[in-house]
Design a protein around this ligand. Structure first.
Ligand SMILES: [Zn+2]
Length: 375
């Protein structure tokens, strides 16, 4: 199996011709759709690139085919790798060069339509780390995101999942209000570690309510026809900044926790069980008396967390599977659990009791025992 990981690198805007890049993206869109359009004023070498990629157009590397006409597609590019000892891999005329001798990335004539125009960016640590882990960067893409030029690098690695040591890492992904709960089950089937991972909810709430308050103020000004005054503009900027802050914080939290959990699994050579209960969390959230905007925030980046987590598990050869681990059914007798105060789940039939987020971990533990009883 081949695992892939990608990274986005911002390109220096002053060295990029955004209109040119936009045209390349439009051509890439046509190429994805099977059309060959040759434009006289764009170098043939770059256009050849696009049509050479036709065979890969449905591959994971380039994502999915653009859904709409004229939607901007990222421009796929080949990559030449030049290693420290001077050896090379890839097409010598590739427009993207990763030079490990001087740790720079060179982009040839894809940022601006001038013969011999080269943009150099420092080699990110990400690339060095992935290559150190046995990965290879064969492909890249350039494109615009929020009108800013970016380079995306795709690292690939051939993987073969390891044989688990008998440890299991169980990860229960909920809305952020309850967080991601994880548990480690050791080879003798005991819960060796358990912890919920929750972002700083108070911080999120504070930012959210502040943004709401300011946006109400802004609404008032707008209704009075004062939406182009400096005061209104300042408010609009502040609201936007606060909202952005919330999402950036959650994104960062998701990324860090996903990585930590992958490293934990790797250290223990554990098998990973993931219970993706985002849908259940969504239903649970709907019933709660909190503003709908906040509900949306609590669910933000949870899908991305799973995506980040599984991509990295694949990358590091960690075996994983999705498993439905109920939190409302007794793992011992199968009776329905009732929820007591403080999200404690209790069984009226056999007396089992555990925090709601820990129930799935018990399920995972007992799942193995039941299986071993059968065999
Ligand atoms: Zn029970």
């Amino acid at each position: 199996m081949i695992a892939g990981r990608a990274v986005l690198i911002k390109l220096p805007r002053d060295k990029c011709d955004v209109d040119y890049m936009r045209r390349l993206m439009a051509l890439a869109n046509l190429a994805y759709r099977g059309y060959e359009v040759w434009v006289p004023d764009i170098p043939k070498s770059i256009q050849y690139q696009l049509y050479n990629f036709k065979d890969f157009k449905t591959s994971l590397i380039f994502g999915t085919t653009p859904k709409r006409w004229f939607m901007r597609a990222w421009v796929p590019l080949k990559v030449l790798r030049v290693y420290g000892d001077g050896s090379m891999k890839g097409d010598k005329s590739a427009p993207v060069v990763l030079d490990f001798r001087s740790d720079v990335i060179r982009l040839r004539q894809v940022c601006r339509n001038e013969p011999g125009f080269v943009v150099e960016v420092p080699m990110p640590r990400w690339v060095i780390e992935r290559v150190g882990e046995g990965g290879d960067v064969k492909f890249a893409m350039i494109g615009l995101k929020d009108n800013e030029p970016y380079l995306a690098l795709v690292a690939e690695r051939v993987v073969e999942p390891y044989v688990p040591s008998g440890y299991r890492l169980v990860v229960d992904v909920n809305a952020w209000s309850n967080g991601v709960a994880y548990g480690i089950i050791n080879p003798s089937n005991k819960i060796a570690e358990y912890s919920p991972l929750r972002p700083n909810l108070r911080l999120i709430d504070t930012w959210y309510h502040k943004a709401e308050k300011l946006s109400k103020k802004l609404g008032k000004l707008k209704r009075l026809g004062l939406d182009s005054t400096p005061e209104a503009r300042r408010l609009a900027r502040e609201v936007k900044a606060l909202r952005r802050k919330v999402y950036a914080y959650l994104r960062d939290f998701a990324q860090k926790r996903a990585h930590e959990l992958v490293m934990k699994a790797l250290r223990l050579r554990a098998e990973v069980l993931i219970d993706d209960v985002i849908e259940e969390s969504r239903r649970e959230l709907i019933e709660e008396k909190i503003p709908s905007g906040l509900k949306k925030i609590y669910l933000a980046e949870t899908r991305r967390f799973i995506k980040l987590f599984t991509t990295q598990l694949q990358w590091y050869d960690v075996p994983y599977r999705f498993e439905r681990l109920p939190s409302t059914v007794c793992p011992i007798c199968g009776h329905k659990l009732i929820q007591e105060r403080g999200r404690v789940m209790a069984c009226t039939n056999c007396g089992f009791k555990a925090p709601r987020d820990k129930v799935p971990i018990h399920w995972a533990r007992l799942l193995a025992r039941r299986l071993s009883e059968v065999y």
